[in-house]
Design a protein around this ligand. Structure first.
Ligand SMILES: Nc1nc2c(ncn2[C@@H]2O[C@H](COP(=O)(O)OP(=O)(O)OP(=O)(O)O)[C@@H](O)[C@H]2O)c(=O)[nH]1
Ligand SMILES: [Mg+2]
Length: 324
């Protein structure tokens, strides 16, 4: 999949793209996609093929207090590579379900006024625009794997570590820039983070003992492993080390690079990363690249840097692959 585009019918300018996730197409392509609104008169699903890519579209309406006729006319488009075979998927149902979800959100129509000179300063307009963006990111992340077959912009990350290490808090911080109070994760939570054009699908597993046996099956096809350790729980260092090495020994994890995050640094005066390199026997890792960093999700330290590091590392690998 190349991207997902939302377009709408602007009363003054006609069909217009509102947002694209990720932002991979140029303005001409985006306008061409938006103009598909003119090709249809009825709400519903349709396929359209451009010379360079294919699109699956759903034209629908959203109740709106601000629009003429009290409705925004909206087009949801999934853009695929030309070699994508959509016959195997029930895209119509998938898109329809998502649109039903959108239609149930009161005031979502305000998102469509982000370009409106008179309204764009309205905080609610910004709020609903951001909300819509989040929903599209989540929708993209929830699409069946087949749709992602040739997507270099989507990266799966496996985040593990003991319970209460701070995995979910770190991911929430990275996603919203806020310190979010978490509940213990049950089984698995998938968090979609967007950095520029790159989407990270973070598989945030539960660290509780009774769920650890499930980790193995979530590792498959990950491109990065992130291990989180609570620096304040010295009594659990040994347990953490055992779990880390268990994952490193799995066939499924072979060769996948590892980032270790020593978290909750706000609770310690001094952090010596060398201590953890030695304690965790990191120098014994020979079958993959590894790196260690410290973070505080509470103070928002090191979080952005950690994800930037992962992306940079993966991109530099891609570049070396291309130049080979
Ligand atoms: N002081 C401090 N507390 C943190 C930090 N990160 C997380 N916490 C707290 O640690 C507790 C556990 O955080 P979670 O993110 O739920 O931990 P988790 O690793 O996802 O745990 P499970 O889902 O049970 O595996 C919560 O009370 C967080 O608020 C941090 O950087 N500093
Ligand atoms: Mg959690």
């Amino acid at each position: 999949m190349i991207c997902i585009v939302i377009s709408f019918f602007d009363n003054i300018n006609g069909p217009r793209p509102l947002l694209s996730i990720p932002n991979t197409l140029n303005d001409i392509d985006l306008n061409n996609i938006a103009s598909l609104i003119d090709k249809t008169f009825e709400t519903g699903f349709f396929i359209y093929e451009f010379p360079e890519y294919k699109t699956a579209n759903y034209f629908f309406e959203i109740e709106s207090e601000w629009a003429r006729g009290n409705k925004e006319m909206v087009l949801l488009t999934i853009v695929f590579d030309l070699n994508f075979d959509y016959n195997s998927l029930d895209l119509q149902t998938i898109m329809n379900d998502f649109i039903n979800e959108l239609s149930n959100i009161t005031n979502l129509f305000k998102a469509f006024y982000i370009f409106d000179f008179n309204r764009k300063k309205d905080n609610e307009v910004k709020f609903y625009y951001e909300k819509l963006k989040e929903l599209i990111i989540d929708f993209k992340g929830s699409l069946p794997k087949e749709t992602l077959a040739v997507n270099q912009n989507q990266i799966k990350i496996f985040v593990f570590g003991l319970d209460r290490a701070g995995k979910s808090t770190i991911l929430n911080r990275a996603k919203t820039n806020l310190f979010v109070k978490t509940s213990p994760t049950i089984n698995l939570n998938i968090m979609h983070l967007l950095f520029g054009n790159i989407q990270l699908d973070c598989f945030d597993v539960s660290g509780q003992k009774r769920y650890r046996y499930t980790w193995r099956r979530f590792i498959v096809s990950s491109q990065y492993l992130v291990f989180v350790l609570d620096v304040n729980r010295e009594d659990r260092y040994e347990e953490a080390k055992i779990e880390l090495w268990k994952v490193l020994s799995y066939e499924e994890s072979k060769g996948i690079p590892l980032l270790i995050l020593i978290n909750k640094t706000d609770l310690k005066k001094k952090i010596d990363l060398n201590y953890f390199i030695n304690f965790l026997n990191l120098y014994k890792i020979k079958d993959r690249k590894w790196h260690i960093m410290s973070t505080s999700a509470l103070y928002n330290q090191g979080i952005k840097e950690a994800f930037e590091y992962i992306i940079k590392d993966l991109l530099s690998n891609q570049l070396t692959m291309f130049s080979m």
